[in-house]
Design a protein around this ligand. Structure first.
Ligand code: TMP
Length: 218
């Protein structure tokens, strides 16, 4: 058994995938595992994770939000992101903590760059300006088919007491483009991305992720 406690160190790992892919469940399972092993880590998410990010999240995900342009949308995601980077992620890394993030900039490339068709050049410029090369060390993409995604996301949103449904009203083609976007990102930077088949039981997906973490934290 690997000594995880001795391996705790600054590293930034993001979890990505289309809506309903199970990344939040998987992040929580990994957080439990890390906690049990005494690893010094934090879990954060986007949009959200800071007081300003939480306010921005409400605007972005509330289905009552109308008239938001694609450029306006992506700028709000980056506004939330830079608050998270400066106030949460960088301080944690500086303190030697492992950082798990439920979505990061790749979500904007996939959802706004591909889904909304803003294009990769728009996202590249925004990334350079706002993040200045800051990016996760490793990114997990939990891949599921669009059919499953739409079903799971709808189930989740009917169970929620608050309204975060704005993206669930998108057409199927939107999620196809987002999924293609994640594929494109992985082909562009194969050393950072790891695709996991999310069309399997939670435990099987978790086992694969745990194996990857063992390698990364070695
Ligand atoms: P969540 O359900 O994973 O919390 O994400 C919220 C929604 O926001 C989800 O539909 C994906 C979308 N999103 C973007 O469109 N662009 C982004 O940059 C991020 C972080 C999320």
């Amino acid at each position: 058994m690997l000594n995880w406690l001795a391996m705790s160190r600054a590293r930034f790992i993001s979890f990505e995938g289309i809506d309903g892919c199970g990344k939040t469940t998987q992040l929580n399972l990994m957080a439990e595992r890390l906690r049990a092993r005494g690893v010094n880590f934090i879990a954060t998410r986007e949009p959200g994770s800071t007081p300003i990010g939480q306010e921005i999240r409400k605007i972005l995900l509330d289905s009552k939000t109308t008239g938001l342009t694609s450029a306006g949308e992506v700028l709000l995601y980056y506004a939330s992101r830079i608050q998270n980077v400066e106030q949460v992620i960088k301080p944690a890394l500086a303190a030697g903590k492992l950082v798990l993030c439920d979505r990061f900039n790749d979500a904007s490339w996939a959802y706004q760059g591909f889904g909304r068709q803003l294009g990769v050049e728009f996202l590249r410029i925004l990334d350079d300006l706002v993040l200045d090369g800051f990016h996760p060390d490793h990114t997990l993409i939990i891949d599921i088919d669009v059919e499953t995604s739409v079903k799971r996301a709808q189930r989740r949103n009917t169970a929620q007491t608050y309204d975060e449904n704005r993206f669930e009203t998108e057409a199927r083609e939107f999620f196809e483009r987002v999924r293609e976007g994640y594929g494109w990102l992985q082909r562009r930077e194969p050393s950072r991305f790891f695709q996991i088949n999310g069309n399997r039981p939670v435990e099987a997906v978790h086992a694969d992720i745990a194996t990857l973490f063992d390698e990364w934290l070695e």
